[in-house]
Structures are given as structure tokens and as C-alpha cells.
Design a protein around this ligand. Sequence first.
Ligand SMILES: Cc1cc2nc3c(=O)[nH]c(=O)nc-3n(C[C@H](O)[C@H](O)[C@H](O)COP(=O)(O)OP(=O)(O)OC[C@H]3O[C@@H](n4cnc5c(N)ncnc54)[C@H](O)[C@@H]3O)c2cc1C
Length: 319
Amino acid sequence: MTDVLILCEHDRGNLEPATLEALTFARSIDGADLSVLVCGELADDAIASLGEYGATTVHVAEHDLLSDFGPETWGQTLVAAIDEIDPDLVLACGTSKGNEVLAQAAARLDLPFVANVTELDDSFDEMTRVQWGGSLLERSGLEADLPIVSLAHHAVEPASVDGGAPSVETFEPDLDDSLARTVVNGRDIAEAGVTLSTAPVVVGGGRAVGNADAFAPLEELAELLGGRVGCSRAVTNNGWRPHSDQVGQTGTRIAPELYIANGISGAIQHWVGAMASKQILAINTDPEANMVTKAGWAVIGDLHEVIPAITEEVKKRRG
Ligand SMILES: Cc1cc2nc3c(=O)[nH]c(=O)nc-3n(C[C@H](O)[C@H](O)[C@H](O)COP(=O)(O)OP(=O)(O)OC[C@H]3O[C@@H](n4cnc5c(N)ncnc54)[C@H](O)[C@@H]3O)c2cc1C
């Protein structure tokens, strides 16, 4: 049996889907028995979900300093769990939170940490990982008493199994105030409802949109389809949209059911943020544009004509 310890990502008790990606990936490991570490409180239905995705045991760490996220408190808690459980592999999803906590734990244990892996061989001493924002796949060797590895975010689609309720064990890690230098103590949520990274549809606009006001038709289409507007860096550089709307290497990685990319050339730095989209419709005047050649569907034409036409057609069909 291979004991895999998975870090649960949650936000004040709300389970992050990234954890389910890590569980789904871990199930593909031969003979894996999956336990999950939860730092702080997690809702009962979220614990049940961990079982539905294959966790057999959930270790809940209880401590006043775990009432909100702190990379050092979570890192030290992971070290305590590793001491107790003695796993064969430690895994998290490679979100910024997952990578930060694994790096904290690895540094404390003086062990290496491999980030953003997509494939692991059976003995965990060779792996494939993504680099350069996803544009390079790299084969790496690993020599470590305990492999500490993060899974590339969005590399795996979460899939449930018929798992039963996991057993829950609580423990109190030994944490002191010196670890609480960066504990989150407040937050301003900039957006309500569907976010760019979770939107089922993203309507993206590039330089060719032309100006900030010209995004109105994209907003209308996105709203009609229950999605969000995204954009390229050319757009944020021009100050037409906030950076939180930017898709790409230095923006958000998206994975919608449908990405409608309007007047976006598909430069590699944009593509790495968009390539996890299930389907892509490119609207572009250039049939040779990267985004067009990579998309499943394309309309070769002026976005200022094509978007209103799509919007009108959607409205007409919906009556
Ligand atoms: C370190 C680094 C990080 C970067 N990170 C990012 C990132 O995170 N995200 C990102 O997007 N970029 C990023 N970039 C910038 C990236 O290299 C490109 O410059 C940028 O993505 C181009 O934006 P664009 O596609 O909107 O513009 P352009 O490349 O200028 O493309 C405009 C497209 O619109 C088409 N077009 C023109 N008129 C019309 C029309 N009327 N209707 C329809 N189509 C039309 C053109 O054929 C063209 O394909 C980064 C660059 C660097 C160096």
C-alpha cells in the first residue's frame, strides 16, 4: 500500500475544488491509500465530499492559529501530520496556496519540493512537470526520503468515485505565535458571483476591441451566457480592463467549458492561461492567428460585427 497525504485547500471551511483535483490524481497511483490533512475547520458536507473523491481518512488539525490561512502555520501543521502519519508521498494541488504550504513544509524538513507535476512514475523518482507557465514539459528526477509534490493546477479534471464516508481524526499541532506572521485576518472580495477562473464561459477581448467602452457588447454576451469577460495583456496594458480580468501567464488560468476569444492573437503567454478551456471559439480577422489555428471553431471576421450577431441569435433562440 502507498500512503498518500494530501493537503486540503479550503477557504474558511469552504472546500476548494483544487483539492478534488489532487485526490483524483492520487487515485491513479497504484495501491494508494489517501488521507487528507485539513488545517482548521471544514464543514461536514465538505468532509463527506473528500470521501466521495477517494479519501479514507481525514486528519483535522485544530488550533486557534488555524482559524484562517497562514502559510507558516499550515506548513508547520503539515510537518506535524507527516511526523504522525509517516506517508510515502505528500501531495497538494499546485495553486499558489498549495505550493506555498508545501514549500514551507519542505523547507522545515530540509527536503526538496517539486512543483506542478503532471505525471509521476511508480517509485516517485521520476516525473513530468510543467514549466514556463505551461509551455514546457520537463522530465525531472527526484532523490528524496519523502517526495513532496504539487500537481499542476487544472491538469486533472476532478472525478468522484463511490467512496464511503472517511474516518475523521483530530489532533492539535504544536504551533506558537512566531508562526503567525502572515495569517490572513481580513479580505475584500473584489467580485461577486462567478469568477474568471471558475466561469463556465469566458468571453475574452484583445487589442482589437479598441477601447474600454467597446467591451460593452462582450459584457452583454458574457452575461447572456452566464459567463465572465476576460482579456489579453494588451488590454490591461492600455488600461481598458483591470488586471484581475487578464488571462495568461501573468494573469488568471481559466478552464471554462467555452472560451470565446475575440481579437486575441493567441501569443504563448496568453495561450498558457487559456489552453485548459474545453472548447475555444476564436473570432479574428486573421485566419493564420495562433488562436484561430488552435481553436476548435473559428469565425474569420470583424469582432465588432460578429459579437452582436451572436448575441442577437442567442436572444432570438431563447425567445
Ligand atoms: C513576460 C510576459 C508575460 C506576458 N503575460 C501575458 C498574459 O498573461 N496574458 C496575455 O494576454 N499576454 C501576455 N503577454 C503579452 C503577449 O505576449 C501578447 O503581447 C498579448 O497577449 C497580445 O495581446 P492581443 O492578442 O490582444 O493583441 P495582438 O497580438 O495585437 O492581437 C490582436 C489580434 O486581433 C486581431 N484583429 C485585429 N482586428 C480585428 C477585428 N476587427 N476583429 C477581430 N480580430 C481582429 C488580429 O488579427 C490579432 O490576431 C506577456 C508578455 C510577456 C513578455
